[in-house]
Design a binder for this molecule. Structure first.
Ligand code: ADP
Ligand code: ZN
Ligand code: ZN
Length: 730
C-alpha cells in the first residue's frame, strides 16, 4: 500500500500538497523534504506524516528526498508558527520558510559545520622531537601538535610555516582530520561588576526577580517605561543574571538599527557566557550556526532583530525586547508579522517573563497596561548624574532662514560649539533637496512611474526616486520650457552638510543617513566617530534618533516636523511624539545639561504644546483617550487589503469585488477602495481597502471564512493583492 504525506510549500497559496512516500522512507511532522513542483524542486515541511489524498492518487508524485528525521523546531515553536499563520492569515508554507534560516530554506543540512584540523598520525606520535633538530620549523610544529590539534586558521595565526607542514605530511607524520565541533555546554561566569541600582531601578529588578523565584505557572509581560538615560539596560542585565545563573537562555530583541557591536559589547562585558548575535552581516552559514547554537542550548544569550523572534531555544528563561515602540519590529512585506506581538504570544505559550523596554511606549502597550494585562515599571530619573533636557520652540514664522536653519538656531549652535560641545541636527530627509523645479514655468522633475518628485542627490549628480529607486542624471534644462533656471526645493541632509561647512567652517560635520552608511561597517564606524566627539556637528535622519549615546551633545535640534502635524495617518502624532522624545534623549547625558530645540511654523499646535510642556508620558495618555473616542486601534482591530496592477482599473475592480464579498456582516466595516498613500509606485497603480471591527474576533472569523473565496475571484488574475493584519503605516 502506497503511503502519502501532506506538505507545506513556500508558495503564496492557501493550500498544502500531497506526495507519495517510498516504503523505505519515513517522515515526521515538521521535518523537511525535497519535492518536485512543476519543473522545479522545492524544500517543503511535512504537515502530516500519513494522509489520505482526496483526489486521484495515480497523479500524486513521489517525494525526492527526506532531509531529517524530526521537526527542525521544538514543539513550542512549531505551534507558534502554526498560530502565526492563522493569526496573520498568511500561507503556512511561506510562514515556515520565512521562520527558518536561509540555509535551511535552501535545503542544506541542519547541522554544525565541520572543521578541518591537523593532527599527528600514529607514526607521528612515535617520533622523538630530537630527530628534527636540524629542521626547527618542523620541530616546533610537531611539538605544538603533540599538545593539541590545530586548525588552518590557528596555524596561520601562530605563524607556523606552510613548508614545514607539507614536509611533515609528506613523511606521513601529520594528517588532516575533519570533525564536527562538540556541542559544549556553558557555565555562567560573571564579568564586570554590576552597578549599584538607584531606587527606581531596584524596584524594577526586584519585581522581575520575585517573579523568577516563583515556580512559574504563567507567562508575564512588563512594560519598562524609562526615560532615555534612566538605565534600562542595567535593569535588563541584573534581571538576566538570575536566568543565566540557573543555566537558562535569554533572548534579547533590538530594533534594526540598534544591533551594533557596542550593544553586543555591553552584554559581553557583563557576562562571560556564549553570546550569539544574529545580524544582517552574517553569511547564511554563520546564521545557521547561530540558530543551531540557540536551538541546542549552546548559546546563553541570543541578540537579534525582528526575525530573531523565530529562533528556537532549548531552555529559554526570559525575553527582553528593547525599544518596543520601534516600527522596525513590524515586517512590512511578504509575511507581515509584528515581532513584538509574537514575543508576547511566545512568552505566554512558553510561560516566560517578557520585558518590553522603551522611553516612549507604543499606545498599544500603554493600553495593555491600563487593561491590567501588562505590569508597569517606571524609571523617571536619569541614572547617574545626568539632568533632564530644557526645551525651546523656535517659531519660524518671523525668522529669516538659511537653507532650513533659522538665524536663531545658528546663533544657539555657535554658543554650544564655542564651549567645545557637540550639536546634533535632526532632519528626516536624505539627499540634497526634495525636488528640482523650473523657476520660470514651475515644472517639477517627477518620476513618471510614481508621479512623485525626484530627490536631488548633488554629490552623485543624480535625481533619484525614493519610492522605486529609479535614477537619472540631473538635467540642465527644464523638461517643459527649456529654461536653464532650475532651482531646488526642500532642504535635505546633504545640503545641510554643505551649508554648515560654509557657515561654520571651523567645525567638522558628520552626516549619518542611509546614503552615508550604505557600505558594510560604515554605520558602526560613523557611530563610533560620532560618540568620540571628533565631529562637533552631527547631522542625521531618523536613524540617529534611536538609542545611541552621544555624551558630548548638549544641543539637539529638530529642523522640520510640521509634516507630521497635519498627516492623514492616525499614527503620525504618536510617531512624532516618540521621535521628539527619542531625539531629545540624545542630549545632556553625563552631567552636561542639554537643550532641545524644535523649529516649527505651528508653535501653538496642541500636540507640540503637550509634548514640550508635559512630556511624552502625558502626551501619550491624552492620545490614547482620543483613540478610544474615535474607536481606533488599540480600541479596535484593523486589517488592510492592498492591490496593485499596471492598469488602474484592474486594481480597483479587484478591491471592489473583494469589498462586495466582505459585505453583509454588521460587525465589520469596509472602507474603500481608496488610492494608497503612494498611489503609484514603479508604474503600478495602488489601492487599498481598510477593514475595521470593534472586536478582533469578528474580523478574524470573517477573514478566515472569506479568504479562500477571494483567491478564486476572476479579478484576482489581473492584479496582485496582499493582506496586512494590524497594519502600521497606511
Ligand atoms: P537607557 O537604556 O535607559 O537609555 P542606559 O541603560 O544606556 O539607559 O544607561 C545610561 C547610562 O547610565 C549608562 O552610561 C549607564 O552605564 C549608566 N547607569 C545606568 N544605571 C546606573 C546606576 N545605577 N548608577 C550609575 N550609572 C548608571
Ligand atoms: Zn520651465
Ligand atoms: Zn519612482
Amino acid at each position: 500500500m502506497a503511503k502519502f504525506i501532506r506538505v507545506a510549500l513556500p508558495v503564496p497559496l492557501w493550500r498544502s500538497y500531497d506526495y507519495q512516500l517510498a516504503d523505505d522512507l519515513s517522515v515526521t511532522t515538521g521535518c523537511r523534504v525535497i519535492v518536485p513542483f512543476g519543473s522545479r524542486e522545492l524544500v517543503g515541511f511535512v504537515l502530516q506524516a500519513d494522509c489520505t489524498p482526496d483526489y486521484d492518487v495515480s497523479k500524486i508524485k513521489p517525494i525526492k528526498r527526506v532531509l531529517e528525521s524530526s521537526c527542525i523546531w521544538p514543539e513550542s515553536m512549531w505551534k507558534l508558527l502554526l498560530w502565526a499563520s492563522g493569526y496573520y492569515h498568511h500561507p503556512l508554507g511561506d510562514v515556515l520558510a520565512h521562520a527558518a534560516p536561509v540555509a535551511l530554506r535552501k535545503g542544506e543540512a541542519a547541522d554544525y559545520q565541520s572543521v578541518r584540523r591537523y593532527i599527528r598520525t600514529a607514526q607521528g606520535e612515535q617520533i622523538d622531537l630530537q630527530q628534527l633538530k636540524r629542521a626547527p620549523q618542523q620541530q616546533r610544529l610537531l611539538a605544538a601538535l603533540s599538545r593539541d590539534s590545530l586548525t588552518p586558521a590557528q596555524l596561520r595565526q601562530q605563524e607556523y610555516s606552510a613548508a614545514a607542514l607539507k614536509a611533515l605530511q609528506d613523511k606521513g607524520w601529520v594528517e588532516t582530520e575533519v570533525v564536527k565541533p562538540d556541542p559544549e555546554p556553558w557555565q555562567f561566569n560573571a564579568g564586570d561588576e554590576a552597578l549599584r541600582l538607584n531606587p527606581q531601578q531596584a524596584v524594577a529588578v526586584a519585581a522581575l526577580h520575585q517573579y523568577l523565584q516563583q515556580t512559574q505557572s504563567a507567562g508575564k509581560v512588563w512594560l519598562l517605561e524609562g526615560v532615555t538615560g534612566s538605565g534600562k539596560t542595567e535593569v535588563y542585565l541584573q534581571a538576566m543574571q538570575q536566568v543565566l545563573e540557573r543555566g537558562q537562555q535569554v533572548l534579547v530583541m533590538v530594533p534594526e538599527i540598534g544591533l551594533t557591536p557596542q550593544t553586543v559589547a555591553r552584554f559581553e562585558q557583563r557576562f562571560k557566557v556564549p553570546i550569539v548575535a544574529l545580524h544582517s552581516g552574517l553569511t547564511d552559514s554563520e546564521r545557521l550556526q547561530g540558530w543551531l547554537q540557540a536551538r541546542d542550548g549552546q548559546a546563553a544569550i541570543i541578540i537579534g532583530t525582528r526575525s530573531a523572534i523565530f529562533t528556537p531555544c532549548k531552555s529559554l528563561g526570559m525575553i527582553i525586547l528593547d525599544e518596543e515602540h520601534d516600527s522596525s519590529f513590524k515586517q512590512q512585506d511578504g509575511f507581515r508579522y509584528n515581532a513584538r506581538d509574537l514575543a508576547v504570544k511566545r512568552a505566554y505559550d512558553e510561560k516566560l517573563p517578557l520585558v518590553l523596554g522603551t522611553a516612549t511606549p507604543s499606545l498599544e502597550s500603554l493600553a495593555n497596561v491600563e487593561a491590567g494585562r501588562y505590569q508597569h515599571l517606571q524609571l523617571t530619573d536619569r541614572a547617574g548624574e545626568a539632568q533632564h533636557a530644557k526645551h525651546k520652540i523656535i517659531d519660524l514664522k518671523q525668522q529669516r532662514m538659511k537653507h532650513g536653519l533659522s538665524e536663531e538656531l545658528l546663533a544657539r549652535m555657535n554658543q554650544h560649539l564655542e564651549k567645545g560641545n557637540q550639536v546634533l541636527l535632526f532632519l528626516n530627509r536624505r539627499g540634497f533637496a526634495s525636488a528640482l523645479i523650473c523657476h520660470e514655468c514651475g515644472w517639477v522633475s517627477d518620476c513618471h512611474r510614481c508621479q512623485k518628485p525626484f530627490t536631488v542627490h548633488q554629490q552623485k549628480n543624480l535625481l533619484q526616486c525614493h519610492h522605486c529607486g529609479a535614477q537619472q542624471r540631473i538635467p540642465r534644462q527644464c523638461g517643459d520650457c527649456g529654461s536653464t533656471q532650475l532651482i531646488t526645493q526642500g532642504v535635505g541632509t546633504e545640503q545641510l552638510e554643505t551649508v554648515l561647512q560654509q557657515e561654520l567652517p571651523d567645525y567638522p560635520v558628520l552626516r549619518i543617513d542611509r546614503d552615508s552608511t550604505r557600505k558594510k561597517g560604515q554605520l558602526a564606524a560613523h557611530l563610533t566617530a560620532a560618540a568620540s566627539g571628533e565631529y562637533p556637528i552631527l547631522i542625521g535622519t531618523q536613524m540617529l534618533a534611536k538609542g545611541h549615546h552621544f555624551p558630548d551633545v548638549t544641543l539637539v535640534a529638530l529642523l522640520d516636523v510640521d509634516g507630521a502635524l497635519y498627516s492623514s495617518d492616525f499614527r503620525a502624532s504618536e510617531r512624532l511624539g516618540q521621535l521628539y522624545t527619542q531625539v531629545a534623549g540624545r542630549a545632556g547625558r553625563a552631567s552636561k545639561p542639554g537643550t532641545v530645540v524644535l523649529q516649527t511654523h505651528h508653535p501653538e499646535h496642541p500636540l507640540i504644546q503637550e509634548l514640550v510642556n508635559n512630556g511624552y508620558h502625558d502626551f501619550a495618555r491624552s492620545a490614547l483617550a482620543e483613540r478610544q473616542q474615535a474607536l481606533l486601534p488599540p480600541y479596535a482591530s484593523m486589517a488592510l487589503i492592498r492591490a496593485e496592477a499596471m492598469v488602474e482599473q484592474d486594481a480597483l475592480l479587484l478591491l471592489q469585488a473583494i469589498g462586495q464579498h466582505l459585505q453583509g456582516v454588521s460587525e465589520v466595516v469596509v472602507i474603500g477602495p481608496m488610492p494608497a498613500p503612494l498611489a503609484r509606485r514603479a508604474g503600478r497603480f495602488r489601492f487599498q481597502l481598510l477593514l475595521h471591527a470593534e472586536q478582533r474576533k469578528f474580523l478574524h472569523a470573517w477573514l478566515q471564512r472569506q479568504l479562500p473565496q477571494l483567491e478564486k475571484l476572476p479579478e484576482a488574475r489581473k492584479a496582485r493583492w496582499s493582506l496586512d493584519i494590524d497594519p502600521q503605516d497606511f
